[in-house]
Design a protein around this ligand. Structure first.
Ligand code: HEC
Ligand code: HEC
Length: 376
């Protein structure tokens, strides 16, 4: 009896849903219905020149995705809009918060329904200077391709792009913005690639270059404290040390002006027996080469004081713990970088290095209206 009732209910549900052209799309602003209509507003986009201080490298622009005022603004809206997630609860900005230099303050990122991601959210500053692939393992070559994945990732936003496009095409505001940014004539011409490219345009404009460090070293408007100076000259960027003297040498891999070389290395944090034992293969998972296992991208240290916890898996809660790890040296795994060697670090030196690291915080970035939530 019950089984028949269930089967019948199942059949009714099936026929009901197969007749319904309108799959469940959670989007308060998007009325059900037509996804193909004409868009009539202006289709003019305005080229945008990305201004970067002369002490920063030249930004890497994508000729297939030129920056426009309208594209950047569309991208900013998409970045802050939770309709990109399956239940309209999570936007890119949920995991990339401006006041935390676009990180989330968690060791591991948390997606829809509290699902735990296996990596720590990355800061999104100065992406325009990275030639070596995005994510901790460099798995995304183009910035716009990167933006496709969080939407589809089950642990992050768990939404299908088909649904996202349905929402965008029915939305009262977005179609006109897509027309202005990409010249589409009909809502059905809005594509995933356009949405991702708009987000990449916005992300490229997020430049961090106005920290205390920049004001001291490049703008000549402020001075280092004695502690910061010690941290910089004798610890972070050591030069001319006699052979055999051990030193932190952070600047080898986190070099100025971006404070990350964006190259992949094993910085010695993982205590494993062999190259096969890394819990997260990092670059090796992308290249398939065992010697790349356990290598991750050396990310920027700009704004590092506000982006705790640290490393690809958020294993260190504080910068003190990070310094203790580097001072202890690596674990002797075969592909550890030769620059990872233990070094003595007195209490005074530790305070100095921390003071130096804090000088990389860019308050201008953390509060810049251009990067803020447009819906607030
Ligand atoms: C659930 C949290 C979460 C959400 C939502 C999320 N991200 Fe991320 N983001 C992460 C994590 C974790 C990483 C590191 C991923 C990895 O290494 O595999 C990351 C990495 C990135 C990077 C790479 C940065 C770099 O320096 O390489 C970019 C760019 C980025 N996210 C943009 C976005 C955009 C755009 C969206 C929205 C479409 C988004 N993120 C949504 C957690 C999130
Ligand atoms: C051999 C190159 C190398 C050297 C030298 C090095 N680092 Fe790193 N650093 C890395 C890599 C690679 C990562 C990312 C590792 C990971 O996530 O597993 C990293 C990550 C970090 C992070 C975490 C970043 C984040 O966003 O979570 C901090 C902080 C850091 N390094 C500080 C330092 C300091 C301070 C020194 C000097 C004591 C130093 N590094 C020396 C390569 C290096």
């Amino acid at each position: 009896m019950t089984r028949w009732a269930l089967l019948l209910a199942g059949f009714l549900l099936f026929t009901a849903s197969s007749c319904d052209p309108d799959p469940v799309v959670v989007c308060p602003e998007c009325p059900a219905g037509e996804t193909d209509r004409e868009i009539t507003g202006p289709n003019i986009s305005t080229p945008y020149v990305l201004e970067v201080p002369d002490y920063m490298p030249a930004p890497i622009l994508n000729p297939d995705n030129p920056l426009t005022v309208e594209g950047i603004e569309l991208g900013r809206r998409l970045f802050y809009d939770p309709i990109l997630s399956v239940d309209s609860t999570i936007s890119c900005a949920s995991c990339h918060r401006q006041e935390l230099a676009f990180t989330d303050g968690r060791a591991l990122a948390v997606g829809v329904e509290g699902r735990m991601v296996n990596r720590s959210a990355m800061s999104l500053v100065n992406l325009a200077f990275n030639p070596n692939g995005f994510n901790w393992d460099g798995s995304a070559i183009q910035l716009w391709e990167q933006a496709i994945h969080p939407v589809e990732n089950m642990l992050e936003m768990d939404e299908s792009w088909d649904n996202v496009l349905r929402k965008l095409r029915r939305h009262p505001d977005y179609p006109q913005r897509f027309r202005a940014a990409f010249g589409v004539d009909r809502t059905s011409e809005i594509t995933r690639e356009m949405a991702a490219k708009a987000m990449a345009q916005f992300e490229r404009t997020i430049i961090s270059a106005d920290s205390h460090y920049d004001r001291v070293v490049y703008q000549n408007t402020e001075f280092f404290t004695e502690e910061e100076q010690l941290g910089a000259d004798s610890l972070f960027f050591v030069e001319d040390v006699p052979a055999g003297v051990l030193h932190p040498g952070c600047g080898h891999c986190h070099n100025q002006p971006s404070f990350g070389n964006n190259r992949f290395s094993n910085n010695g944090i993982e205590d494993v027996e062999s190259l096969e034992d890394f819990p997260d293969l990092g670059l090796g998972g992308v290249t398939g080469s065992r010697f790349d296992n356990g290598k991750f991208r050396a990310p920027t240290l700009r704004n590092i004081a506000v982006t705790a916890p640290y490393m690809h898996d958020g294993r260190f809660a504080t910068l003190e713990e990070v310094l203790d790890s580097y001072a202890a040296g690596g674990h002797g795994v075969e592909n550890e970088d030769p620059n990872i060697t233990g070094f003595p670090l007195s209490a005074r030196e530790k305070t100095a290095l921390l003071a130096f690291l804090r000088s990389l915080t860019d308050e201008t970035l953390l509060t810049d209206e251009r990067y803020a939530n447009p819906f607030e």
